[in-house]
Design a protein around this ligand. Structure first.
Ligand code: PEP
Ligand code: MN
Length: 357
């Protein structure tokens, strides 16, 4: 349930509502917006007690309404918080008028590979460096990532280039190590419903990017985000990365309608991963432009200095030149939807022609 108080609600009025909620066994959480103050009741109580409480609360002159939230998620919902949330990473706001671009290789392979990728994406205007040290690979016989050694490389390259890092956490036992390096903790598609892991990142105070599960509905995805928020970490970014459908031409079906739906149902920022979403490098630029056009707050895109020799996901990775082209081509689309990039891409990197695969 949420209790809505009008503009100008006093501390005393807020306290009274919280006390009434807590008296029947709820935990309360207060959100002060510009237009209204919303107090959330978290917990499960008897339905009859709830009915009576709603009536009593609505009889208070300063309470606009007490509303049952029927959705299986609350804290991430727009009903709970009307204004869109912004997640701040190194002074940049994800979910604002700026479109944030995170780019880099699928996996950290070597210092040289990571540094070349980082320098290239930075020059082209990327805001964050992506790169997996712990890789959730479908086959246990394929490269599993450099692990802690990969984290060390991410840290070194981040310090050298000044780019903050987003990297995946697969096991809560690595949380401390990942926290040292990452500006954003990535929770991969395969772990979207790993509730132990979600609760673990809910306990820390660091932004979390939550990928949509391979076959997750939008509602399941939002409930997964709720697991993180309920621990007190509301710095959550949703990431649409394609879902399983009957189509086999593409690796996944990038569900851009989920961006629109998630932004309607939730106040959290939503970014798009067109690399895993398609599995094909030549679809990455068009789908990135479409993501920008449909209201996504940013991109997570795979870029490799030498995709033909990448140890993972080379087929869906952009070269540095093509990434520079993407950054240039994003600009008019963003302008059309009233948004912009933080950094203008350097003009020296001339757009590469779209080559054949
Ligand atoms: C990744 O971004 O490197 C990754 C493994 O993605 P996903 O979890 O979406 O498959
Ligand atoms: Mn990948």
């Amino acid at each position: 349930m949420i209790v809505v108080l009008g503009k100008g609600a006093t501390d005393e009025q807020i306290r009274e509502v919280c006390q009434r909620l807590e008296a029947v066994g709820y935990q309360s959480a207060v959100w002060r917006g510009v237009q209204r103050t919303v107090i959330g009741a978290i917990g499960i109580i008897d339905e009859q007690v709830k009915d009576r409480l709603i009536e009593q609360l609505e009889s208070l002159p300063f309470v606009e309404s007490a509303i049952r939230i029927l959705r299986p998620y609350k804290l991430v919902s727009r009903e709970w918080k009307e204004d869109s949330s912004e997640v701040t990473v190194n002074g940049k706001q994800i979910g604002s008028e700026y479109f944030v671009v995170m780019a880099g290789p699928c996996a950290v392979e070597s210092r040289e590979q990571l540094l070349r990728a980082a320098r290239g994406v930075k020059a082209a205007g990327a805001d964050l460096l992506r790169g997996g040290a712990f890789k959730p690979r479908t086959s246990p016989h394929t490269f599993q990532g450099l692990g802690k050694e990969g984290l060390i490389l991410l840290k070194e390259v981040s310090e050298e280039t000044g780019l903050p890092v987003i990297t995946e956490l697969m096991d809560a036992r690595d949380l401390e190590d990942v926290m040292e390096v990452a500006a954003i903790i990535q929770i991969g598609a395969r772990n979207m419903q790993n509730y132990t892991l979600l609760r673990a990142v809910g306990q820390v105070r660091k932004p979390v990017l939550l990928k949509r599960g391979l076959s997750a509905t939008i509602e399941e995805w939002l409930q997964a985000a709720e697991y993180i928020c309920i621990g007190g970490n509301d710095q959550v970014i949703l990431c649409e990365r394609g879902i399983r459908t009957f189509e086999t031409y593409t690796r996944n079906t990038l569900d851009l309608s989920a961006v629109v739906a998630a932004k309607k149902l939730s106040h959290l920022p939503v970014v798009v991963d067109p690399s895993h979403g398609t599995g094909k490098w030549d679809m990455v630029i068009p789908m990135s432009l479409a993501a920008a056009a449909c209201g996504a707050d940013g991109l997570l895109v795979e870029v490799h200095p030498d995709p033909a020799n990448a140890v993972s996901d080379g087929a869906q990775s952009l070269t540095l030149e093509r990434f520079a082209e993407l950054m240039q081509r994003l600009q008019p689309v963003l302008q059309a939807v009233g948004r912009k990039l933080y950094q203008s891409p350097e003009k020296t990197l001339s757009p590469a022609p779209v080559a054949e695969p």
